[in-house]
Design a protein around this ligand. Structure first.
Ligand code: DX5
Ligand code: ZN
Length: 232
């Protein structure tokens, strides 16, 4: 994976049809997804439970782009090798999931994956100050993690702070939660370049009629790249 700071749309399969993950992954990629965002939840770190390494391994043959695995689990370290074996390209751990995020990021890279660190809405940008050379992606949660379809939390000042901290390092800023054509320009103008979207991509479509997925992805991308009109 070579780094470039272009805008990427990463649909979250949390909003997909749980009875048809393979077909849904193929559908969003054929409809323009740049990455596939996989939300792993353990029912402990977040109040929801999704899937684990065996499911992620089953998703892998259907993903032709990038499998961006977001771990909303605690602890993380015992599972790193399992997600590497499952084929994750990027593995993102929450900074709040344990006391040793520095070691976790080292272990993720050591297992051959790109390393991401996720920040819950209440965690300040400064928390990653000593991690910037150990991470390939910073995921800014713009909802409290656990569910799709929640209301967007505007954390633009945090995104701007992160963008200035990162400088010209090859580190993506990923936004996760409540991204749609209205919120996308807000976060991109603050410095983000990877946009996770679940409900805003999957709404109105289905495996049988995925055209809405493409229209939704194009709408988010168009909004993200349109200039934000500063209030007069
Ligand atoms: C929430 C997940 C998000 C979620 C986004 O805990 O990490 O990726 O699926 O869903 P929307 O885009 O519907 O807010
Ligand atoms: Zn996520």
């Amino acid at each position: 994976m070579t780094f470039d700071r272009s805008i990427k749309i990463a649909p979250s399969i949390l909003s997909a049809d749980f009875a048809n993950f393979g077909a849904e992954i193929r559908a969003i990629e054929s409809e323009g997804a740049d990455w596939v965002h996989v939300d792993v939840m353990d029912g402990h770190f977040v109040p929801n439970l999704t899937f684990g390494p065996p499911a992620v391994k089953a998703f892998r043959p259907h993903v032709k782009t990038v499998m961006d695995v977001h771990l909303m689990i605690a602890p993380v370290d015992p599972f790193i090798d399992a997600y590497a074996e499952a084929g994750a390209d990027i593995l993102t751990a929450h900074i709040e999931a344990g006391p040793h995020i520095h070691r976790t990021l080292q272990a993720i890279r050591g297992a051959g994956m790109k390393a991401g660190v996720a920040l819950n809405p209440g965690t300040p940008a400064e928390a990653v100050e000593h991690l910037l050379d150990l991470t390939d992606l910073i995921c800014v949660m713009t909802v409290n993690p656990g569910f799709g379809g929640q209301k967007f939390l505007d954390l633009s000042s945090k995104i701007r702070k992160l963008r200035s901290m990162i400088g010209d390092r090859p580190v993506h800023i990923e936004i996760d939660g409540g991204v749609d054509p209205t919120t996308a320009p807000i976060v991109v103008s603050a410095g983000a370049n990877v946009l996770v979207a679940g409900s805003a991509v999957f709404r109105g479509g289905s495996v049988e009629s995925p055209a809405a997925y493409g229209a939704n992805i194009r709408a988010i991308r168009a909004a993200a790249t349109a200039p934000v009109h500063e209030p007069a």
